[in-house]
Design a protein around this ligand. Structure first.
Ligand SMILES: [Zn+2]
Ligand SMILES: [Zn+2]
Ligand SMILES: [Zn+2]
Ligand SMILES: [Zn+2]
Length: 364
């Protein structure tokens, strides 16, 4: 019951890609295929491993399997992936391994009854089609269109940097992006949903706050503009608030009896909701006048500034929250690691793929 294929099955692979992303909890970029291979318990071996074990050269392996980069074996219902780790480009290895995963996940080896996916059992045309399907799978998992579009990444340098693709793959991705039609609504939604936190991760390079923010423009702690990125993560303390932005305990006297109605603490008279206070100034006669009216947005418990208009919040204006610089200084003096702007998170992820294959091979 060998299947045949006469054209690229977009109707089949698009939902499979979204399903793969969800099933494997892929929520950020770059995607690490080594991690996915581990997670799915597919044995991974290098050409060098086979070369030593069989006493033949890596060149012999390349010739036998007719592939420079990688091949996948399907035997007794089990898969194993094999790749050439003499290839030095991490972007190329990343794509190659994801391509192999594509063959597995798209059931190319099981449904087309090939134990090894080489040209031998298939017509050239069929082989090329399965190759194209695996390439689409790899490109779309490593650099999902809906995510690229949402983030406005249309330059190959950006895609290369954040998706970890080779320059060549990134350039071809840009070309595909330009010709892309948006006719996979549900699958796009599924993917965007999974990447929500990644897409809306924001950072403030001024005070070091990291947060997830969809429409917010200004840092709630220091009022500076927010940028996309997650390489810094500072947490600032604040007060616990109810859903309506009202403090659970009075921020000044700790009175627990904060009622739903009324905006002031009945013990000390403090205004207990944190929200945009607008901006006022004093005229030459010492009279207060409104520079910007409050936009009435309810703010978070640690917000000194309104994230929509950049004005001060009521808590900050009333001296209930300290200046963020003081708090930062306090945290830096205190024990433990504070998330300073070292960018360690990104570095660790990029480097990980180079060592993990050796761990896996050694185990076998
Ligand atoms: Zn292939
Ligand atoms: Zn800030
Ligand atoms: Zn009070
Ligand atoms: Zn505001």
């Amino acid at each position: 019951m060998k299947k045949t294929i006469s054209r690229i099955r977009h109707y089949y692979i698009k939902p499979k890609i979204a399903e793969f992303i969800v099933e494997n909890g892929i929520r950020s970029l770059p995607v690490d295929p080594f991690e996915l291979i581990r997670r799915n318990k597919w044995p991974l071996r290098t050409y060098q491993y086979h070369s030593e074990k069989l006493g033949i050269s890596v060149r012999d392996i390349i010739d036998t399997y007719e592939t420079e980069d990688a091949f996948t074996i399907y035997q007794d219902g089990r898969y194993s992936i094999n790749y050439n780790d003499e290839i030095t480009s991490p972007g190329r290895i990343r794509f190659t391994l994801m391509h192999e995963i594509g063959h597995i996940y798209l059931n190319h080896l099981s449904e087309f009854e090939q134990t090894v996916l080489t040209r031998s059992g298939l017509s050239d045309a069929e082989y090329e089609l399965l190759e194209k399907e695996a390439n689409i799978f790899a490109a779309e998992v490593l650099s999902p269109f809906p995510v690229l579009q949402k983030l406005g990444w249309d330059k190959h340098t950006t895609i290369q940097k954040y998706c970890g693709l080779s320059k060549r793959a990134a350039i071809s991705r840009v070309a595909q992006l330009l010709g892309a039609t948006n006719n996979n609504g549900q699958q796009n939604k599924t993917i965007l949903n999974n990447f929500y936190k990644y897409i809306y991760q924001k950072k403030c390079t001024h005070c070091g706050l990291g947060l997830v923010a969809e429409n917010e423009k200004y840092c709630p702690v220091c009022g500076n503009s927010l940028e996309w990125g997650d390489d810094i993560k500072m947490k600032y303390k604040g007060f616990s608030l109810s859903e309506t932005g009202k403090a659970l305990l009075c921020p000044k006297c700790n009175n627990e009896e904060i009622h739903n109605e009324g905006d002031y603490c009945k013990i000390c008279g403090t205004y207990v909701t944190n929200k945009c206070a607008g901006e006022t100034d004093l005229d030459p006669h010492g009279n207060e006048y409104v520079v910007q009216a409050p936009c009435d947005t309810v703010a978070e418990g640690n917000a000194r500034f309104c994230v929509y208009c950049g004005c001060r919040t009521t808590f900050y204006q009333n001296g209930l929250l300290s200046c963020w610089e003081e708090e930062k200084k306090g945290m830096e003096l205190g024990p433990g690691r504070v998330g300073g702007g070292s960018g360690a998170g990104t570095g660790a992820r990029v480097g990980a793929s180079n060592t993990s294959d050796r761990v896996l091979v050694a185990k076998k």
